[in-house]
Design a protein around this ligand. Structure first.
Ligand code: ADP
Length: 393
């Protein structure tokens, strides 16, 4: 009995054999299924597939599309690690293998952009990615991955980067040129102005009426040139030598209103303002911005009637929104963009004094803060200048 028992414990029963067989069949079926899935995926994808069957050996397997992407045939280039290293751009090699090692050691995901030399002799950019398998001791055994051609995107990115750099360089050069030109112009213009003043003081009685009138024109023109040059210099200095700080715009408004006291009084302007916030920005530039908008609102309303001015504020989810509204002469819609261009004015100087730089200045200040500035207006009804400044952390 005991013999029979011991025999039955070492020899599997028929039912156990059948179960084991069924499991084996199922495993074979699943393997075949996944093998088919892999082969179909390899065939259908535009990516090139590589299989480093044993990571301790040199031999690899590359899919037909892998060869297509590089322009080689399997006869021309053996699928080996050595050949992959030979076509990998020398500048990308260290980074790529460092990432492979990190993947093997820490199982960090392996995704890398590198250049491979194609049969044409030229390098193209590819996105490489892969996944290893590990044995029970945690040693990498095999690695399978893909390459995707990203050459067009990479070259477009590089060109865009270069264009941005070139543009930045040109803007800096232009700014320097404007600064130097306006700075150097100051001196001769100042000399003309002071000699015109001397002439006026000491020689008025020696000149006839026409001569005196010419002298007045000269003085006027040199004063205007001085004003233009000083405005231009201020414009070139926007954002320079300043740090982003907390700016109390309510406080700025008080300073601006104090500066404009006599103009407010003379024009009888009534100014109504919302409570303004503390924001992150460049304090001096924001003061000039508010000053320009407010003085324009007074200037372009006062000729008609009592200026009624509203300074509004609302806190939106991603930005601060301010506006300055007046009941002045208004602006035709066709000029809504033009008025922000430097030296562009819509009115005769005799009618409204100014150099035409104020709104260009405002636009540059707002761009420095990555915000937007625009106008809404109706002729003879008034204008509203809006500007936004994004919330900064
Ligand atoms: P300036 O005030 O020195 O002429 P700006 O650059 O500040 O220069 O403004 C450009 C032009 O935009 C002005 O000449 C004027 O024609 C128009 N403008 C600006 N603000 C207003 C306003 N509040 N109402 C009507 N027109 C305006």
């Amino acid at each position: 009995m005991s013999k029979i028992n011991s025999a039955s414990s070492s020899t599997p029963k028929l039912s156990e054999l059948e179960t084991a067989n069924a499991l084996l069949q199922e495993e074979i079926r699943q393997r075949k299924e996944s093998d088919l899935r892999f082969r179909l995926a390899v065939k259908g994808t535009t990516a090139g597939v590589w299989d480093w069957i044993d990571v301790n050996s040199n031999q690899e397997w590359w899919s037909p599309q892998f060869y297509n992407l590089l322009g080689y045939s399997p006869e021309e280039l053996d699928a080996t690690l050595e050949n992959f290293e030979a076509i990998l751009h020398p500048e990308d090699s260290a980074r790529t293998f460092e990432l492979v090692n990190k993947h093997f050691e820490n199982r960090e995901s392996f995704v890398v952009e590198y250049r491979l030399k194609c049969k044409t002799g030229k390098y193209r950019w590819f996105l490489g990615s892969g996944q290893a398998t590990w044995d029970v001791d945690g040693k990498p055994t095999r690695m399978v991955g893909t390459i995707v051609d990203i050459h067009e995107r990479k070259t477009a990115e590089a060109a865009a980067k270069q264009n941005a750099l070139d543009l930045k360089k040109k803007v800096t050069e232009l700014q320097e040129l404007t600064y130097v030109a306006s700075h150097d112009l100051q001196e001769p213009v100042r000399t003309i102005a002071s000699f015109a003043d001397l002439l006026k003081q000491n020689y008025t009685d020696k000149l006839d009426t026409a001569g005196n009138q010419y002298l007045d024109f000269m003085q006027e023109a040199s004063n205007r040139s001085q004003q233009l040059i000083s405005d231009l210099l201020d414009y070139t200095r926007i954002g320079k030598n300043q740090e982003v700080t907390d700016v109390d715009t309510q406080q700025i408004l008080s300073v601006v209103l104090a500066d404009l006291t006599s103009r407010i009084k003379d024009s009888g302007a009534k100014i109504d303002a919302d409570q303004l916030p503390i924001i992150k920005g460049y304090p001096i530039d924001l003061q000039v911005l508010i000053q320009n908008l407010l003085s324009n609102a007074i200037k372009f309303s006062a000729s008609k009637h009592q200026p009624l001015i509203k300074i509004g504020y609302e806190n939106l989810s991603s930005e601060h929104h301010f506006f300055v509204a007046d009941n002045g002469i208004g602006i035709e819609e066709q000029y809504f963009d033009r008025i922000f261009v430097i030296f562009k004015r819509l009115n005769a100087r005799a009618e409204f004094e100014g150099t035409g730089i104020g709104l260009a200045h405002c636009k540059k200040v707002i761009e420095l803060h990555n915000g937007k500035i625009w106008v809404e207006s109706k002729v003879d009804k008034g204008s509203t200048f809006h500007f936004t400044i994004p919330h900064l952390p």
